[in-house]
Design a protein around this ligand. Structure first.
Ligand code: SF4
Length: 313
């Protein structure tokens, strides 16, 4: 189990992720959803102990199989990364090393954690690339990232993340830079690999179409906080938070001829310096009331369906 308890992360003294809680079990996919700037990627980096230098965990903890990751030394975390938790970053063109052949980069991911010869690591790199649908990998280990398409680069990133068979995989918008057909292929691949390897997967995305296809559970983040958490079926049958309802209303309904204009959520996510107490969505919320400027506790409206909104209190 990967457990996040009351995680609060700050950058330059400003809280950008506040009191985040969730639980991820092996074999399950949790989607973290929300607009850009809602703290999804920072939450992922905090889990991996990869926060930038000006950021830190102010409160809370991350536990992996009951072992506390927060507070571990860099050396201890290096042993966890890759072996127990793998990560796929957003943009493979900037995440892969442009001056090293892809074969060497996948081999390094293996050699970092396992005492095997370079020949064995090469064989493993070929197997890994084959498992993620990379065509004729044995003949292409010497190619550089710029010689590959976006979809193939992302497959290399996935192969590297899976190199040591991690128990959990964090995928931070893994399909953002890809066209729609390749996006679909990569998501099907991730879901298949998660099922075959009994991996827990935390998928960060702002695409609710993707969420519908792959999620078992959904956590909606807004301005650094989780405002709704539910199972896939509960969330899509009955989204509770006005922000989640707004996100779903923005999805295009191509088959509906009556919709002339796609609804939007007016305004933008408040910057960290402007986040006070009370509901952080109230400036944009169509159902805001006077009491919404008071702190909002989380309530479990039905089993496993948790929301932070004064409407349900
Ligand atoms: Fe809207 Fe108030 Fe609920 Fe916030 S607490 S989402 S402002 S109704």
């Amino acid at each position: 189990m990967l457990e996040v308890c009351d995680l609060t992360v700050s950058i330059d003294g400003l809280a950008i992720v506040r009191r985040v809680n969730f639980l991820l079990r092996r074999g399950e996919t949790l989607c973290l959803v929300g607009e850009s700037g809602c703290g999804k990627s920072m939450t992922a980096l905090a889990l991996m102990g990869l926060l930038p230098e000006n950021a830190c965990i102010l409160e809370g903890e991350v536990r992996l199989n009951d072992i506390r990751l927060t507070g571990m030394s860099e050396r201890e975390l290096c042993a966890v990364r890759g072996r127990q938790i793998g990560m796929i970053f957003q943009e493979p063109m900037t995440s892969l090393n442009p001056v090293l052949p892809i074969g060497r980069q996948v081999m390094e991911a293996v050699l970092q954690h396992e005492r095997i010869s370079r020949r064995e690591a090469r064989e493993r790199a070929v197997e890994l690339l084959m498992s993620v649908g990379f065509p004729v990998p044995g003949e292409r280990l010497g190619e550089y990232p710029h010689q590959l398409s976006g979809g193939l680069r992302q497959r290399v990133m996935i192969a590297m993340a899976l190199a040591c068979s991690p128990e959990f995989l964090i995928a931070d918008e893994p399909t953002t830079a890809l066209d729609v057909t390749i996006q679909g292929q990569i998501l099907v691949l991730l879901k298949r690999l998660a099922r075959e390897r009994d991996m827990g997967m935390a998928l960060i995305t702002h695409d609710l179409g993707v969420v519908f296809d792959v999620a078992d559970h959904i956590a909606v983040m807004y301005a650094g906080e989780i405002v709704e958490h539910a199972s896939h079926d509960d969330f899509f049958a009955r989204p509770l938070h006005p922000y989640a309802q707004g996100l779903l209303a923005c999805l295009p309904d191509i088959g509906n001829p009556d919709i002339k204009r796609l609804p939007t959520i007016p305004g933008t996510v408040p910057p960290p310096a402007a986040r006070g107490t009370g509901c952080l969505f109230r400036e944009r919320c169509p159902r805001a009331m006077s009491r919404c400027s008071n702190p909002v506790p989380s309530v479990e409206v039905e089993q496993g369906h948790i929301v932070s909104c004064h409407i349900y209190i």
